[in-house]
Design a binder for this molecule. Sequence first.
Ligand code: BDR
Ligand code: CA
Length: 313
Amino acid sequence: MHKVIFDTDPGVDDAMALLFLHNHPQIDLIGITSVFGNAAIETTTRNALYLKQQWDIAAPVARGLGETLDPARPHVGWPTGIHGDDGLGNIGAPATVDLPCDPRPAHRFIIDTVRENPGEVTIVAVGRMTNLARALRDDPDIAVLVKEIVIMGGAFDMRGNITPAAEANIHGDPEAADAVMTAPWPVVVVGLDVTEQTVMTRKRLADIVAAGGARAKLLSDISQFYIDFYEQHVEDGMVVHDSCACVYVVAPELFTLRSGAIRVVCGGIADGQTIQKADDHLFPPNAWDNLPSQNVCVGIDAEGVLDLISKTL
Ligand code: BDR
Ligand code: CA
């Protein structure tokens, strides 16, 4: 059984990933932490509570940070054309949800939960890395107590999706992402290199709804706006970025990894770009020295991933 904290900015593909984690028999979802990204923190937290309520999810929701780690960093805005004004495809979710949040801020919830379960917690992070970086800043010793960090973010051997250099989750808080990638906890990055190959067609989503009942129907309703956006880029359907990171937790054999230290460009024309060091990169002493080697997904069995998502949803 994998104990998972899901750090998320729901977000349409976040919603699918949440239902995957909730449904999968080998995952014990022990916490949901919200973060800003696809919408403001008030909205992503409301969305997490709304999905928890609609899908009867037991895990608590802890509200996360609403601004970048470095307060001087300019705000990049919300991707309303992708996830809708409400972050859930403009389905008309209620303004408030009658459920409480955990009393702790997300970074404190993460610290406490990791300390209560040393060596057992996997954190799947599919929004800005701000909550994780703040948890590290407040309690750096948790790094060696975490089982694994699985991140949806970054673009290594290809262009970004928000700028030519950067993927959205990393671009939204590069300083936070650099802190997370260079900390001494095991990181696996599931970036655009593999997620953009993972396209769920309308037919596959319809089949999920036919077999999956009311929960899947809500997911399908949420997804229509996002599909309309993605069909400007793919022939049919939508890219299911965040679910790929969740699938990695239970089926790592569907991915090919490459190891090496990772840094994130902070500032300038390539702000938010993710770069992995290769073994044969020989440098004079510099900022890449003595960093932990992390893993980047460079290959994926996309059909295998989509089949597992279908089966689980
Ligand atoms: C990432 O950005 C968000 O729009 C998605 O939820 C995903 O986490 C993809 O770049
Ligand atoms: Ca997300």
